[in-house]
Design a protein around this ligand. Sequence first.
Ligand SMILES: Nc1nc2c(c(=O)[nH]1)N[C@H]1C(S)=C(S)[C@@H](COP(=O)(O)O)O[C@H]1N2
Ligand SMILES: [Mo]
Length: 183
Amino acid sequence: MPPGQTLTEKWPVLHYGPVPRFDAKTWEFRIFGNIETPLRLSWTEFQQLSRQKHTADMHCVTTWSKLDQMWEGVPFKVIVDLAKPKPDTGFVIAHSENGFTTNVPYEDCLKPNVLLATHANGAELTADHGYPLRLVVPHLYAWKSAKWLRGIEFSIVDKPGFWERNGYHNRGDPWTEERYWGD
Ligand SMILES: Nc1nc2c(c(=O)[nH]1)N[C@H]1C(S)=C(S)[C@@H](COP(=O)(O)O)O[C@H]1N2
Ligand SMILES: [Mo]
């Protein structure tokens, strides 16, 4: 366990704001920014992308950790191969419903267990946990694992997101307790 974390058996729900409704007819996924191939995918198209399963622990900055989450979804690498980010790409900005964003260094997104997940522990994500799609960056605090994901932006410059502008650390490594701004 990372320092200062406490094990939880149940899976807490944590986010700011309301749980959005999903409509497969109007949902689209945008891949944009500093890339060769901007794309918009419908829900049907998104579901045809290749998939993987990864088991990983989940660490929330409020000190709970949930071990051995089994995630299933589209590896971040699949998005990179479609998008073809330009060599000066430094950051990834995850865009979710209701304007929520979070920023992740590009190289953190290239770790093999970073997923755009549709399933957790063998079942479709529930609405509370991000249905139909969430980012999972297991080696950073869970606020980087944006629920209700609607797009991925590749950027040269960093763009701190919702929690990062509200006091959370810009990167959020649980092993070195990068919890809050100034840590
Ligand atoms: N869209 C969105 N995603 C979000 C958040 C949020 O406020 N909005 N909160 C984050 C935080 S702080 C945590 S700890 C995890 C919690 O995920 P869970 O509710 O599935 O446990 O979601 C993250 N993803
Ligand atoms: Mo969190």
